[in-house]
Design a protein around this ligand. Structure first.
Ligand code: ZN
Length: 145
């Protein structure tokens, strides 16, 4: 176990213990839910797209293991301000990290999930919130004032 691994483990534990953007943002008008029965994780992502198609608010609810909670938390910090195509690209980057176990060249917090590569059963934990977020972006916005 290198210091590098420790750094990433600490990052996941930090997000799992103190998730960022937990709850439904007041302005959110789209949502989607995903669940991962093999682990018992579930996650609902709430978001709002601004007129330019960028995520102006995002939050999540649900419960699950440390990896799923940390992934949802990091996902919200990564996706704020992004468009749907940019979100797809970021998710493709995460899936690449999970498939190869190699962190990306350009450091970002998604690299923390490289270690999940060694635990194939947990990969769904790390992708659950992302699937929900991308699904939420495709839904029709709920009508609200
Ligand atoms: Zn899980």
């Amino acid at each position: 176990m290198s210091d590098f691994d420790d750094l990433y483990r600490d990052l996941i534990l930090d997000h799992a213990k103190r998730p960022r953007n937990r709850g439904k943002p007041p302005t959110a008008n789209r949502a989607a839910t995903g669940d991962n029965p093999t682990c018992g994780d579930n996650c609902t992502v709430h978001l709002r797209l601004d007129d330019g198609g960028r995520i102006s608010a995002i939050g999540f609810e649900g419960s699950g293991c440390a990896i799923s909670t940390a992934s949802a938390s990091i996902m919200t910090t990564q996706l704020k301000g992004k468009t749907a195509p940019e979100a797809e690209t970021a998710f493709a980057g995460l899936k690449d990290i999970l498939a190869t176990g190699k962190p990306p060249e350009d450091f970002n917090e998604l690299a923390a999930f490289a270690g999940v590569h060694a635990f194939p059963a947990r990969i769904k934990c790390a992708t659950l919130a992302w699937h929900a977020a991308l699904e939420a972006m495709k839904t029709e916005p709920a009508s609200s004032s």
